[in-house]
Design a protein around this ligand. Structure first.
Ligand SMILES: O=P(O)(O)OC[C@H]1O[C@H](OP(=O)(O)OP(=O)(O)O)[C@H](O)[C@@H]1O
Ligand SMILES: Nc1ncnc2[nH]cnc12
Length: 240
């Protein structure tokens, strides 16, 4: 199997997700198209902010060995050199083709966030629009799209943020949320953390409390977690 170290050579920061050796056997799931992906383990799982020891066992996502995680991990395709040379693209479209893995992904988030008094699920364009709405419906929250610029017709708040190269802007309808609401931010993947940190800023500027950010995949070597100002981040799989 082709390992990421063999297909990657650039000094691009995204390349830091490569490793020359596979992680230990008991934590690694080989991917369909090469590369390695590690399911979450306890060291990656912050306890839910309002959890008590008593209700944690009710969350399937807190189980280190939850069998659903390995299937989810295996269903994510890895495409080297997309969209440009040196990037190892984590393709969640194959996860969407696998009805069990897709359903399990939604269920793991719903099990974690149901009953946590969350009234807003904020999904980040574009891939946060795939995972956010079913989670919102299942936990009884509204879905608020965090969009690329000039897409929303109403009054918007804008937040500029830095990408790997250059800048982008995220927008949210001002009247979509109210001060004091509790929000969950959903995206497919956290890399440098710039996107999530912009979403946190937008919500906090209008007085919304961001309870947690949740992603299917984390690229931990890009240290996106460190850009979230201490906001909790929950992920299902970690790609090294
Ligand atoms: O942690 P970061 O370094 O900010 O990167 C993560 C973001 O990058 C990807 O989106 P992208 O900007 O490619 O947009 P898309 O979902 O519209 O393809 C991904 O879906 C996240 O939103
Ligand atoms: N490696 C990657 N795969 C998929 N989406 C990404 N967004 C930023 N880095 C990414």
């Amino acid at each position: 199997m082709l390992q990421r170290a063999l297909i990657f050579s650039s000094s691009n920061p995204i390349c830091s997700q490569l490793s020359t050796t596979a992680p230990p056997d008991n934590t690694v799931f080989p991917k369909r198209n090469g590369g390695w992906i590690i399911p979450f383990s306890s060291y990656q799982l912050p306890a839910f902010p309002s959890d008590s020891a008593a209700n944690r066992p009710n969350m399937a996502s807190q189980d280190e060995q939850d069998p659903r995680i390995s299937n989810i991990s295996s269903a994510i395709r890895v495409i080297p050199d997309f969209p440009k040379p040196g990037i190892i693209f984590q393709d969640i479209t194959t996860l969407l083709l696998d009805t069990k893995a897709f359903r399990d992904t939604i269920d793991l988030f719903v099990e974690r966030y149901r009953g946590k008094d969350i009234s807003v699920v904020a999904g980040i364009e574009a891939r946060g629009f795939i995972f956010g709405p079913p989670i919102a419906l299942a936990i009884g929250a509204k879905f608020v799209p965090m969009r690329k610029p000039n897409k929303l017709p109403g009054e918007v708040l804008s937040e500029e943020y830095s990408l790997e190269y250059g800048k982008d802007t995220m927008e949210m309808h001002v009247d979509a949320v109210k001060a004091g609401e509790r929000a969950l931010i959903i995206d497919d993947l956290v890399a440098t953390g710039g996107t999530l940190s912009a979403a946190i800023s937008l919500l906090e500027r209008v007085g919304v409390h961001v309870v947690e950010c949740a992603c299917v995949i984390e690229l931990p070597e890009l240290k996106g977690r460190e850009r979230l100002g201490g906001k909790p981040l929950f992920v299902l799989v970690s790609s090294t």
